[in-house]
Design a protein around this ligand. Structure first.
Ligand code: SF4
Ligand code: SF4
Length: 68
């Protein structure tokens, strides 16, 4: 099943990735990264189809998509 990993220390919290997920699987996290930024997170009940929209739109290459 496809999945993503978000590099929390690369993410700057711009949230460009949130609206582009066709499954509405991304959200702003409560947790902060080392820079004190609320980063993007994959929802606990999220679904990933591996479309790569989120990784493509991320300006900081903080998202990696795994299709295995
Ligand atoms: S688009 Fe990238 S930098 Fe912006 S919130 Fe999403 S993961 Fe973070
Ligand atoms: S790869 Fe596509 S389906 Fe998976 S989290 Fe990113 S935008 Fe959503």
């Amino acid at each position: 099943m496809p999945r993503i990993e978000i590099n929390k220390d690369r993410c700057k919290g711009c949230l460009l990735c949130v609206p582009v997920c066709p499954h509405d699987s991304l959200e702003i996290s409560i947790a902060l990264n080392v820079y004190g930024i609320h980063i993007a997170a994959f929802k606990i009940d999220g679904i990933c189809s591996g479309c790569t929209n989120c990784a493509t739109v991320c300006p900081d290459a903080a998202i990696e998509v795994f299709k295995d």
